[in-house]
Design a protein around this ligand. Structure first.
Ligand code: NAD
Length: 343
């Protein structure tokens, strides 16, 4: 990859749970650059300006951010917010007098229709500018550590790919060009549809075993070395007490809010309908995430709280007081053996 000259004036819109730590990584790693930022919450702008020690400049609108920067990133909650950031007539990004040769990157997880509409509006008004969808996975911890995965809505031969890979690489180790406009979002929604269903399946299967009298630690170890193994089981297990670092073991705090999973899962189901994909589990899965999002015992907690919503036993230790230990390395060794033997 040719050495890339990174922009000296970076714009950022949306300094929330994800945007703030992502922008902080850029600020830390791009010592030569000035930052122009906007959020509807003034407090977030003020805090970032203070962090920037003279290199961060507060803006009064997304338009001002676009006017003052060479490249702009946005990270806001939903499609309606992305429309507002880019398309609001007097104050949106596209209201900027001059976007020529500027690069606009939206990292929000939204529907592909909105993303394509913003891209088309951008192409119509500012033919020299380029708009990309670049949603992320890895959550708040990945944003803080700079270890996000970016799913980039462009072809592998896109003229800006090297620059985008270098820039996004400052916030995450993996940058995947997904083939074309809006396909970054498609990849993100497919991933969350799949992991959302795996969490439901793992919760239900564990509950069948536990209600039948099995120690969940034994069952999880069997899954781990058999075909029910998954990242959800290994690192994000919905049953409390099986993965000490998982949100489930910390009262479902931290992680990926169940309302966000409901949003992404719903967007994936809509995308499936639009392209005519047969979804046997989409409607049922969505009901679970909608129900948990509205349940006061689950709302605002990590999405794996669907184990609780589905009636899973969180107090299983009283039935199985003895220790069953399996170290992570031993699990990994067994997994390798299982994979090699085609289990
Ligand atoms: P958040 O609500 O914490 O932050 C969003 C920020 O955008 C807020 O600071 C809000 O004030 C600001 N905002 C909203 N409308 C705006 C506007 N019109 N102009 C300027 N600023 C505006 O949300 P988040 O958790 O940071 O999530 C952002 C996106 O990232 C979502 O699409 C989400 O699905 C996706 N995402 C989140 C996670 C996660 O774990 N939180 C993980 C992966 C992807």
């Amino acid at each position: 990859m040719a050495e890339q000259v990174l922009p000296k004036r970076v714009g950022w819109v949306g300094l929330g749970l994800m945007g703030y730590p992502m922008a902080t990584n850029l600020l830390r790693k791009m010592q030569d650059a000035d930052f122009y930022v906007y959020d509807v919450v003034q407090e977030f702008i003020d805090k970032f300006v203070a962090d920037g020690r003279g290199r961060v400049h507060a803006c009064a609108s997304s338009q001002e951010v676009a006017d003052k920067s060479d490249l702009l990133l946005s990270m806001v909650p939903e499609g309606s917010h992305v429309r507002s950031v880019y398309l609001t007539p007097a104050t949106g990004v596209l209201a900027s007098a001059d976007l020529s040769r500027k690069i606009l990157i939206d990292c929000s997880t939204i529907d592909t229709g909105t993303s394509l509409a913003v891209r088309d509006a951008c192409a119509a008004r500012h033919p020299d500018a380029r708009f990309y969808d670049a949603p992320v996975s890895g959550g708040v911890v990945g944003a803080e550590k700079g270890s996000l995965t970016f799913m980039l809505g462009c072809a592998a031969d896109d003229a800006h790919l090297d620059l985008l890979t270098t820039l996004l690489g400052l916030m995450g180790g993996n940058v995947f060009p997904c083939g074309g406009a809006s396909l970054g979002l498609t990849a993100k929604l497919c991933n969350n549809y799949c992991s959302g269903l795996i969490a439901i399946a793992t919760s239900e299967a564990m509950t069948i075993g536990m209600k039948s009298g099995m120690d969940p630690r034994v069952l999880a170890n069997i899954f781990h070395t058999s075909t029910a193994q998954s990242a959800i089981l290994d690192d994000w297990c919905p049953v409390p007490g099986l993965c000490p670092e998982a949100p489930a073991s910390k009262g479902y705090r931290g992680g990926f809010r169940v309302q966000l999973m409901r949003k992404d899962f719903g967007l994936a189901v809509e995308a499936g309908k639009r392209v005519g994909a047969e979804l046997a589990l989409g409607g049922e899965g969505l009901k679970v995430y909608e129900g948990a999002s509205g349940d006061p015992e689950c709302r605002d907690l990590d999405s794996r709280v669907i184990y609780r919503y589905l009636g899973g036993d969180e107090e299983w230790r009283k039935d199985f007081p003895e220790e069953v230990v399996m170290k992570k390395e031993e699990k990994r060794r067994l997994l390798r053996v299982a994979r090699e033997s085609g289990l």
